[in-house]
Design a protein around this ligand. Structure first.
Ligand code: NAD
Length: 334
C-alpha cells in the first residue's frame, strides 16, 4: 500500500484525497489545513487532520477539532506527499520534503524548474518513473496536452495557435474576479504554450488568454496546422479513442459550458466533476490542412487522474496503460 499525504486541502487537494481513497494500491494517511474551519472539521472526520503551519497550533486547540499532528508528523508517516497548496507555496515546502526524504508531487501553479519533470500521464508517464519530485501540469496545460498529443500522432502537427478563455475563479471562492469585465493577458504568448512544451517539447505552439466572469469551466479555441492530409472523420475517430477526452454535440443541446456541467451532474459524477476534456464534435472542422476545434476544461477536476498516475509512476509502476486503466476504472472515467 502506498502511503499518501496531502499538503493543502483546497479545491485540488480534497479531490486528490478522494481519488486516492478509492485506489486499491494506495491510502490516505492524512491531509493538512492551515486554519480551523468547516473544511478542517470534515477533513478531521474523514482522513485525519494535520496542521500545515505549526504556529497555528493554538487556534486548532481552541477550536476543539481533533488533530493528528503537524506537517512534520505527517511526513514521517507517508511515502509520498501531494502538495496542493496555493501557487508558489509548493516551492517553499520542497526543502521540508527533502529533509524527510519524502517524494513529492507539485501542481501546475509551480514552475517547471522546481522539479524539471512536468507530467501528463497520456503524454509522458514514464518520465516520472521513480523520480522524487514531479509537477502535474495545470488544468489548461493538461487539456492541451491530452488532445494535441492524440492529434499529433494522427496528423503530425506543424503549428498550434490557441486562445484560452479562462474562468475567473473556482465556484467555492467568493473573493476573486472579474465579475463584470473581460480581462486579457497582455503578456504574449501567455504561459500556456511554453507550459505545453515542458511536456511535449516538439509541439510548436503559441497561446493568448482572456479571463471572463464565469466559474465553471475554461474554454479553448484551437487552430492546428497539420502536415498530414486528414479528414474530419479521422480526427473525430482519434479523439473518440483518446483517453480522458469526450465528444459532445451542440446538436444535442450542448451549446455551452453550462450544459456540459449539467451533463457531468446528470451522469452522477461526485461534486459534478468532469475529469475528461469535452470537445464539441460538431464544432470540429478542417480547411486546407488546418484543423479547428473547441474544448472545455473542468479546471477543478481534469488533473485529478493525472495525480493518481503520477503517484504510481514515481513509486515505480512501469506500465502506463495498467496505471491509467486502474485510475479510470476507479473514477468511472468514460
Ligand atoms: P486552493 O486555494 O483551493 O487550495 C489551497 C489550499 O492550501 C487551501 O486549503 C489553503 O488553506 C492551503 N494552504 C495555504 N498555505 C499553505 C501552506 N503553506 N501549506 C499547506 N497548505 C497551505 O488552491 P487550488 O485551486 O486547490 O490550487 C492548488 C494548486 O493546484 C495550485 O498550484 C494551482 O495552481 C493548481 N491547480 C489549480 C486548479 C484550479 O482550477 N483550482 C487546477 C489545476 C491546478
Amino acid at each position: 500500500m502506498i502511503r499518501v499525504g496531502i499538503n493543502g486541502y483546497g479545491t485540488i487537494g480534497k479531490r486528490v484525497a478522494d481519488a486516492v481513497s478509492v485506489q486499491d494500491d494506495m491510502k490516505i494517511v492524512g491531509v493538512t489545513k492551515t486554519r480551523p474551519n468547516f473544511v478542517s472539521k470534515m477533513a478531521a472526520e474523514r482522513y485525519g487532520l494535520y496542521i500545515a503551519l505549526p504556529e497555528h497550533l493554538d487556534k486548532f486547540e481552541k477550536s476543539g477539532i481533533d488533530v493528528s499532528g503537524d506537517i512534520e508528523d505527517l511526513l514521517e508517516r507517508v511515502d509520498i506527499i501531494v502538495d496542493c497548496s496555493p501557487a508558489g507555496v509548493g516551492a517553499k515546502n520542497k526543502a521540508l520534503y527533502e529533509k524527510y526524504g519524502v517524494k513529492a508531487i507539485f501542481e501546475g501553479g509551480e514552475a517547471h524548474d522546481l522539479t524539471k519533470c512536468s507530467f501528463n500521464a497520456q503524454s509522458n508517464y514514464r518520465e516520472a518513473l521513480k523520480r522524487d519530485f514531479v509537477r502535474v501540469v495545470s488544468c489548461n496545460t493538461t487539456g492541451l496536452c491530452r488532445t494535441l498529443n492524440a492529434i499529433d500522432e494522427l496528423a503530425k502537427i506543424k503549428e498550434v495557435k490557441a486562445t484560452m478563455i479562462r474562468r475567473a475563479t473556482d465556484p467555492g471562492d467568493s473573493k476573486k474576479g472579474p465579475i463584470n469585465a473581460i480581462e486579457p493577458v497582455l503578456k504574449i504568448p501567455s504561459h500556456h504554450g511554453p507550459d505545453v512544451q515542458t511536456v511535449l517539447p516538439h509541439i510548436k505552439i503559441s497561446t493568448m488568454a482572456v479571463k471572463v466572469p464565469t466559474t465553471i469551466m475554461h474554454l479553448h479555441c484551437l487552430t492546428v496546422e497539420m502536415e498530414n492530409d486528414v479528414c474530419v472523420d479521422e480526427v473525430i475517430d482519434t479523439l473518440e479513442n483518446a483517453r480522458r477526452v469526450i465528444l459532445l454535440d451542440g446538436a444535442d443541446g450542448i451549446r455551452s459550458t453550462a450544459e456540459i456541467m449539467e451533463y457531468a451532474r446528470d451522469i452522477g459524477r461526485k461534486r459534478g466533476d468532469l475529469y475528461e476534456i469535452a470537445i464539441w464534435r460538431d464544432g470540429i472542422s478542417i480547411k486546407e490542412n488546418t484543423l479547428y476545434y473547441y474544448q472545455a476544461i473542468h479546471q477543478e477536476s481534469d488533473v485529478i487522474p493525472e495525480n493518481i498516475d503520477a503517484i504510481r509512476s514515481m513509486m515505480g509502476e512501469e506500465d502506463a496503460e495498467e496505471s491509467m486503466n486502474k485510475t479510470d476504472r476507479s473514477l468511472g472515467i468514460i
